[in-house]
Design a protein around this ligand. Structure first.
Ligand SMILES: *[C@@H]1O[C@H](CO)[C@@H](O)[C@H](O)[C@H]1NC(C)=O
Ligand SMILES: *[C@@H]1O[C@H](CO)[C@@H](O)[C@H](O)[C@H]1NC(C)=O
Ligand SMILES: *[C@@H]1O[C@H](CO)[C@@H](O)[C@H](O)[C@H]1NC(C)=O
Ligand SMILES: *[C@@H]1O[C@H](CO)[C@@H](O)[C@H](O)[C@H]1NC(C)=O
Ligand SMILES: *[C@@H]1O[C@H](CO)[C@@H](O)[C@H](O)[C@H]1NC(C)=O
Ligand SMILES: *[C@@H]1O[C@H](CO)[C@@H](O)[C@H](O)[C@H]1NC(C)=O
Length: 455
């Protein structure tokens, strides 16, 4: 038995000690369908488990002894271990020894989809105990609620809820192409605290999985399927050729992009490496970046948050700045071609330490964020702060330096990894042009490498 459940048991003992025996509320236990759960026998000072009998109360007031089998096992401390629990296991249990009795109520949560889908409507059912369990939904402490992948409430025109009971709720979704491989959470809460979470992943025929990544970081696009022939990847319908210098490397059935730039924002596809080349998954990758412009004397700093979308940016996307100076002036959300932008003007510029983050939300749920940290100029060589359009980002002992084009989406980037060695980078303007990759680069053996765009 692990420490938290021991602690729980102690608390139960304490509760009993203060409230006195019979009619105590049963101990509530929570599990997902398929979980292994151990129901403690709350009787103090049992000498031998041979005197212990576990009872199970049925739906219609029936009582039965719990028979030991492969999934129901009595443990050395007289607790009852249920492996691979099913909704039918959700009910009230009594651990009985002589005149002593201690009750445990097991609550099991599951999300299922109502199939087949009709008229592009996805209907998810969050079920607690299939109403078979112990006094279903009379327990006011227990509620179920839905959330998006990041625990924020689900909101938007295309979602409706039908809560026919506190223990049964429907989430009805008007299907979108980008609902592919999207996750929906149903939580079981007790007094507002989450006790169990069941996650459901929707799939959409011919759908697209949307992935958001921060520029400079690595991202792994998962095919989500395996094929005995192996998988191959294509970007914008063009097969990806993999060589040693490529910044996109297949790993198992994933495609790993080591240092994301805005040029990676595109539609990707993985398909079987042979035969029909049948498509296994389609992924739409969007990238988030923060670019900076500052006055030569560091008096103020303008940051622009840029979301580069693979295609046109969806109306459900939103950018927001957080942290930093409360006085900072922000622009409204601007759509420029396939980018979304939001600017922030920091009047005090680089004069103090600041951490400020731009986040992208999809339908209210956080998808990615990119931090910007200014560097105290006293600790920074003057030549580093001087050049316009130079972005300095210090994170976790790694110095990245990035050079941005001013206004266009096609940000090229120079970046220097590795510990404490860095070099001056060229900051001249280059014509904006889509490039497939940064090619003239990469010596993996050297202490640092300098990525540079070529025409
Ligand atoms: C346990 O539950 C049974 C069945 O509902 C009830 O008769 C009994 O009084 C309960 N015992 C305790 C100690 O709560
Ligand atoms: C929910 O129930 C279904 C059908 O019994 C089962 O296949 C699925 O694994 C369960 N889901 C979870 C998260 O336990
Ligand atoms: C139903 O539940 C959802 C999610 O938990 C909640 O947002 C919504 O307000 C509820 N609707 C009603 C009518 O109670
Ligand atoms: C920064 O923003 C301020 C206020 O919007 C503007 O006056 C200034 O010209 C901008 N500076 C740069 C370098 O873009
Ligand atoms: C975007 O977020 C801001 C606050 O961060 C909010 O005021 C605005 O309504 C949101 N816009 C959309 C389209 O959701
Ligand atoms: C937006 O697209 C148009 C047409 O392709 C192009 O002329 C313009 O320069 C683009 N704007 C930006 C800011 O990239």
């Amino acid at each position: 038995m692990n420490y938290p459940s021991l602690l729980g048991l102690c608390l139960v003992f304490l509760t009993w000690a203060s409230a006195g025996p019979p009619t105590a509320e049963p101990l509530l236990m929570f599990a997902l369908e398929g979980d292994t759960v151990t129901l403690p026998c709350g009787i103090p000072s049992i000498k031998s488990c041979s005197s212990v009998n576990w009872l199970k109360y049925g739906q219609y007031g029936t009582t039965a002894s719990v028979a030991e089998d492969r999934t129901h096992v009595l443990l050395w401390d007289c607790s009852l271990k249920i492996t691979h629990s099913v909704l039918d296991d959700a009910c009230l249990y009594s651990c009985v020894s002589g005149t002593h009795i201690s009750n445990v109520s097991l609550q099991i949560l599951n999300v299922t989809e109502s199939l087949p889908r009709k008229d592009d409507i996805i209907e998810l059912h969050c079920i607690l105990n299939t109403f078979k369990g112990y006094v279903p939904c009379k327990n006011k402490e227990i509620l179920i609620k839905w959330s998006a992948e990041d625990d924020t409430p689900i909101s938007g025109d295309r979602f409706t809820f039908e809560n026919s009971s506190d223990c049964f709720s429907k989430l009805i979704i008007k299907e979108k192409q980008t609902d592919h491989h999207r996750k929906w959470q149903c939580h079981l809460t007790q007094n507002g605290e989450i006790k169990a979470t069941s996650v459901y992943t929707t799939t959409v025929t011919d759908g697209l999985q949307e992935v958001f990544g921060a520029v400079g970081e690595s991202v792994s696009l998962s095919c989500g399927h395996t094929s005995s022939y192996g998988v191959e990847w294509a970007k914008c319908e063009k097969p990806l050729m993999h060589d040693i210098t490529s910044d996109m490397v297949p790993q198992d059935t994933s495609l790993v992009i080591s240092k994301l730039t805005a040029l990676h924002a595109a539609d990707y596809k993985c398909s079987e490496a042979t035969g029909q080349h049948s498509v296994l998954n389609k992924i739409r990758l969007h990238t988030l970046d923060v670019t900076a412009e500052s006055a030569p004397d560091g008096e103020y700093l303008n940051l622009t948050c840029v979301l580069t979308c693979a295609k046109e940016c969806d109306k459900d996307f939103n950018l927001s700045w957080s942290g930093g100076d409360q006085k900072a002036l922000q622009s409204r959300l601007m759509q420029v071609n396939n980018t979304l932008r939001k600017e922030i003007f920091l009047p005090d510029g680089l004069k103090r330490w600041d951490e400020i983050t731009c986040s992208v939300h999809r339908e209210g749920a956080l998808m990615a964020s990119k931090k910007w940290r200014t560097v105290n100029p006293l600790q920074t060589p003057a030549w580093l702060v001087l050049p316009l359009g130079l972005l300095i980002c210090v994170a976790a002992g790694v110095v990245y330096m990035k050079r941005k084009h001013n206004k266009d989406a096609a940000n090229e980037q120079s970046s220097i990894g590795m510990t404490h060695v860095y070099e001056v980078i060229r900051a001249e303007e280059e014509p904006q042009q889509q490039r497939q990759s940064n090619t003239d680069t990469t010596t993996t053996t050297s202490l640092y490498h300098l990525l540079q765009a070529v025409n």
